[in-house]
Design a protein around this ligand. Structure first.
Ligand SMILES: C[S@@+](CC[C@H](N)C(=O)[O-])C[C@H]1O[C@@H](n2cnc3c(N)ncnc32)[C@H](O)[C@@H]1O
Length: 316
């Protein structure tokens, strides 16, 4: 069995992570970054979300890739190294290996155990492609280690994960991505503004899988920060904030409750919330302008017939 290499750069500072989480919990409006949704179970729950009829982004983006992969390959030019940011189960990238003629695949994700398993599985199917996993948190800055590849890189950022950043933070991230391309290119998926009921159903499905994904964050907090959250006290809330053009996910206290940890506590009133995720929805022209402002050129994009999702290719 061939084993891909794995560089573990994430979770190397448990004290810093605990301090960040407790600062978020004790802020006037409690907030926890969405990256903490992705422990090993969270990654599996996200994969289940992508199977839900209401969660249109994954299958819409996959259909755009399937239909336009040859045009994408022509727009991107030769791909020596494909760097998959937030690779998850690596399935989207794998479906593009042949069309893009990928020689090296670098999968980057904060959820290291899940990444290891996904990559191990993938390497057996694609023995000819050199693979590397990098376990790292790129939310505050995207700086890839030298092992990610010396030559030009094609950065792949699907799933509209860019929507987790505010527009200002997305610009900063894309500028860093531009530098990390080293003269290569970018292939990025973006969810577009659409009717509120379609957006809200995608983040609050009747089966409760998205609710489980959001509430699992509390179990991860108990592990990482030593808190004593009780799942029974919290419910999932998701809605479209139209002025900000974003879906917001929150965890809402069902009744007044106090959460405790060694050395501290936070009292929550009934209906008080912890903000756990933003998912910004873009207009095509605004996202094209954002890419240009980050330094990208030769922009092309492909969209589904309903205009729900767009994939952009650009040169660094
Ligand atoms: C919405 S999922 C997308 C997964 C996959 N790329 C797809 O499109 O289906 C986001 C992925 O990014 C990873 N991720 C989230 N925040 C991250 C961070 N700050 N640093 C590295 N990876 C992160 C998660 O573990 C997860 O695999």
């Amino acid at each position: 069995m061939i084993s891909p290499s794995l560089l573990q750069l994430a979770h190397d500072q448990p004290a810093a992570i605990r301090a960040e989480l407790l600062a978020g919990l004790t802020a006037p409006t409690a907030v926890i970054a969405p990256k903490y949704l992705y422990d090993a179970l969270g990654s599996r729950l996200f994969a289940a979300i992508t199977e839900l009829p209401e969660y249109y982004p994954t299958r819409t983006e996959a259909a755009i890739f399937a239909e336009h992969q040859d045009s994408m390959a022509a727009a991107l030019g030769p791909v020596q190294t494909l760097v998959d940011l937030g690779a998850g189960n690596c399935e989207k990238a794998a479906r593009l290996f042949a069309a893009l003629r990928v020689q090296r695949y670098v999968a980057v994700d904060i959820s290291v155990d899940y990444l290891r398993d996904s990559l191990q599985h993938l390497q057996q199917q694609y023995r000819e492609i050199e693979m590397l996993g990098i376990g790292v948190d790129f939310s505050s800055s995207l700086h890839l280690p030298a092992e990610a590849g010396a030559g030009p890189r094609t950065l792949f950022y699907p799933g509209s994960s860019i929507g987790n950043f505010t527009p200002a933070a997305a610009l900063t991230f894309l500028r860093q991505a531009h530098a990390e391309c080293r003269g290569g290119s970018l292939l990025i998926g973006v969810d577009l503004v659409k009717e509120t009921d379609i957006l809200e159903a995608a983040y609050d499905d009747p089966l409760g899988v998205t609710a489980a994904f959001n509430r699992n964050l509390l179990l991860n907090l108990n592990r990482l920060a030593g808190t004593n959250f009780d799942l029974a006290d919290w419910r999932h809330v998701a809605f479209f904030n139209a002025p900000e053009s974003r879906i917001e996910m929150h965890l809402e206290a069902l009744d007044a409750t106090t959460v405790r940890w060694a050395g501290g506590e936070r009292r929550f009133a009934a209906a008080e919330r912890i903000h756990t995720e933003n998912s910004y929805k873009w207009r095509r022209e605004d996202f094209a302008a954002l890419l240009a402002a980050a330094g990208f050129s030769a922009l092309r994009h492909w969209c589904d017939a309903r205009g729900w999702f767009a994939v952009f290719a650009a040169h660094a």
